[in-house]
Design a protein around this ligand. Structure first.
Ligand code: SFD
Ligand code: AMP
Length: 664
């Protein structure tokens, strides 16, 4: 018997000025920045600003930072934001928005200073312990951009500041937003959002002037390496279900670079991140024969064709994978992180006490952010100072904040982006849609009026990480407050009646109630499919045809034709997903979002007839980089009425001079 048999959901309607969808790093940044405006807006509005933050989980442990982190990957310190823009561009193979990246680079440190003020322990150099960053305390840098933290409680700390700024009454936890609703009088504007409680029988209908959609990236559209007993393990969080991309697309927002994905090299089976090992412990990856494959002559040959994108000191992330995969495919695997040599080398100049501390740090790196990896070490009797650990490229993830750049096309800062003779000697060649850079509206606003995004939502940038996502949330928040004040006399009207929206959300419930008695086995029914089974089908299609691990990340036009046909059938069957309880309703809607995000990913890969990111994916029918035709953004717009995608090119321009040599 299902709990849904006891009646229809209660409907709660609320009108606010600003709705924040998500409770992760970007959302917390936005909440922190908006908080003081609740009262301050009174002078221009004649009343308080109404703001609501809705998160599908609980703020202190939601989003990608839920488990904590052991490093802040973006802290500029003494570095130049222009150099940061160069690094991001180089790592993402030349196609990024310099205006967005530079703008973030010049603002991100302020968020980190706040984290420290709020209580986040940031490692300091000997002699500077107890001295804050703003007081000149020198952080322990693992790399040029990264600093080390004791970050198990990172999200708690950041969430607490957000709660304090916004007020807990303005935060609604455990509400999953299903879709945005366009405005009745202007289809290119958002007016509302609908969702449901994952704990109670309640549907929430929000109306607003502006909305920040920051529901993270997309995980689990590809069959993960962890199956069977390991199902549910992933590197990026499985609760990032593509909601940002899917809801934005359905509302009509232009997406960008959805072909991009991140395939991280990770510690095998536990998905432990590698950054601290490579950067802090100075460890090397080796093949089965003990060779440092990345510095072999063969590797240099492999990388030669990509020279324009391999001119920085650090080989781009995808190209590092490219070399690693070549080793594995050609029988020189397994690949190992040589923890033994790295720790021994560091220990050479240490006292026994310092060595013990070092070994503890090796464990803490995982205990702070990826406990499962510490579990694998314990379970497999791995002591990193005695035994090396295997590395493996994972299944693909869609994200815009880490080492990937898919997402939504947003308006950039006003004061950057208009190319001048100085920033761009070939100014005349800049296409006409860029006369004033990429600024067409309020900062961080998408191409849909009133819809803003940040963090994983913003495409064509990347390498923002936790700190950058927080800073981007703050940047968007300022613009949204301005937008809400500028539009104070505008009243949102939903283009769809509330009853229709409620019926749509509860369709999986109706599917279940109507057909459940047809069978004696609750999961087997010709009239419905469980969300779990549907997810397996999506993962199989993407894995086998759209360059998942099954084909070593390789695909071609013909394979994607098959994928397209299968996805069409999957979408038909998705209409028949069942929800026997609120948990399955959540899973059903996450799947709808995943399917749309997956479809966008595939459409973009189909469109881009080259292999821009070797090591992330290969179009085997165009297995090269073609700058002449494809050094451009690939953008797309989804039409929710016809359910079709229009994919197109947008010109790319370097606003920061990339010809300078730099050392990242
Ligand atoms: O080690 C809905 N990240 C790292 N960043 C760093 O700075 N240092 C590191 O060390 C990093 N590493 C790392 C990282 C992430 C993970 C998982 C691991 C290791 C294991 C990356 C950052 O965490 C990441 O860049 C930011 O968190 C991105 O921020 P944002 O705000 O874009 O996404 P989010 O934090 O995941 O938040 C999403 C929120 O949305 C909610 N949500 N709410 C309502 N309705 C819906 N439909 C919703 N769908 C989602 C979620 O609950 C959440 O609150 S390392 O690998 O390099
Ligand atoms: P990861 O742990 O792989 O998510 O990486 C954390 C940070 O370290 C990111 O800023 C990465 O770009 C960087 N990083 C990871 N591996 C390497 C490497 N081999 N060389 C240089 N930077 C790296």
């Amino acid at each position: 018997m299902s709990e849904f048999e006891f009646g229809n959901p209660e409907i709660i309607e609320e009108e606010v000025d600003i709705l924040i969808i998500g409770g992760g790093m970007a959302a917390c940044g936005a909440a922190y920045e908006i908080g003081p405006w609740i009262k301050a807006a009174e002078s221009s509005l004649g009343r308080e600003l109404k703001v609501k933050l809705v998160d599908k989980a609980a703020l202190p442990r939601s989003g990608a930072v839920a488990q904590g982190l052991s490093a802040i990957n973006t802290y500029l310190g003494e570095n130049d934001p222009a150099d940061y823009a160069r690094m991001v561009s180089n790592d993402l193979m030349g196609i990024t928005r310099d205006d967005l990246v530079y703008d973030l680079g010049r603002h991100v440190d302020d968020s980190v200073h706040h984290f420290e003020d709020w209580g986040l322990p940031i490692w300091k150099q000997p002699g500077d312990e107890g001295k804050k960053l703003v007081e000149g305390g020198k952080p322990v840098r693992s790399g040029k951009w990264q600093i080390m933290i004791n970050g198990e409680s990172y999200k708690w700390i950041v969430a607490e500041a957000a709660q304090k700024a916004l007020g807990t009454d303005n935060i609604q936890e455990r509400v999953f937003i299903v879709k945005l609703v366009n405005d009745k009088n202007d289809p290119n504007r958002v007016a509302g959002a609908v969702g449901f409680s994952v704990r109670e029988h309640k549907i929430y209908v929000y109306k607003f002037k502006a909305c920040l959609l920051v529901a993270g990236g997309c995980v689990n559209i590809f069959r993960p390496r962890s199956v069977g007993e390991g199902t549910g393990r992933a590197w990026y969080p499985v609760w990032n279900a593509g909601s940002t991309y899917a809801m934005a697309a359905e509302a009509g927002a232009e997406l960008t670079m959805m072909e991009n994905r991140f395939v991280p090299a990770r510690f095998k089976d536990g998905y432990g991140p590698v950054g601290a090992w490579f950067l802090l412990f100075k460890s090397k990856a080796i093949n089965a024969y003990g060779e440092e494959y990345l510095s072999k002559e063969g590797a240099q040959k492999l990388l030669e064709p990509y020279h324009p994108y391999n001119k920085a000191y650090v080989t781009p992330t995808c190209l590092r994978n490219h070399v690693m995969m070549d080793e594995m495919i050609n029988g020189r695997g397994p690949i190992y992180m040589d923890t033994v040599t790295a720790l021994a080398k560091l220990a050479e100049t240490m006292t026994p006490k310092e060595i013990k501390h070092l070994e503890a740090e090796a464990w803490e790196d995982f205990l702070d952010m990826c406990i499962g990896q510490a579990g694998v070490w314990a379970g497999e009797n791995i002591e990193p100072e005695k035994k090396n650990s295997e590395l493996m490229p994972t299944e693909p993830y869609l994200l815009g904040s880490h080492s990937g750049c898919c997402g939504i096309w947003v308006s950039g800062p006003e004061d950057l982006g208009a190319p001048t003779e100085e920033t761009h000697p070939e100014k005349d060649k800049i296409p006409s849609h860029l006369p004033s850079g990429w600024h067409w509206g309020y900062r961080s606003m998408t191409t849909v009026k009133g819809l803003f995004t940040a963090g994983d939502g913003v495409g064509a940038s990347g390498h923002k990480f936790s700190s950058g996502s927080h800073a981007e949330g703050r940047i968007a928040a300022k613009a949204m407050v301005k937008f809400a004040i500028d539009n104070k006399d505008w009243t949102p009207e939903l283009d769809t009646p509330v009853e229709e929206l409620v019926e749509e959300i509860y369709k999986p419930v109706r599917n279940f109630i109507e057909h459940k008695d047809y069978t004696t086995a609750i999961d087997i029914n010709p009239h419905y499919i469980t969300p779990k089974m549907l997810q397996f089908r999506l993962q199989k299609i993407m894995d086998e045809y759209v360059a998942g691990v099954a084909t070593w990340y390789r695909t071609n036009a013909k394979m994607m034709e098959v994928a397209e046909a299968k996805l069409e059938m999957l979408k038909e069957d998705a209409e028949k997903m069942r929800a026997k309880d609120l948990h399955e309703l959540l899973r059903a809607w996450e799947n709808y979002h995943r399917i749309l995000a997956a479809e966008a990913h595939m459409k973009h890969i189909q469109f881009r007839e080259e292999s821009r990111y070797p090591g992330f994916y290969y179009r085997m029918d165009f297995n090269f980089i073609d700058d002449e035709n494809w050094k451009c953004f690939v953008n797309s717009v989804y039409d929710k009425k016809t359910k079709t995608w229009t994919v197109f090119k947008r010109a790319h321009v370097d606003l920061v001079d990339k010809t300078q040599s730099y050392n990242n």
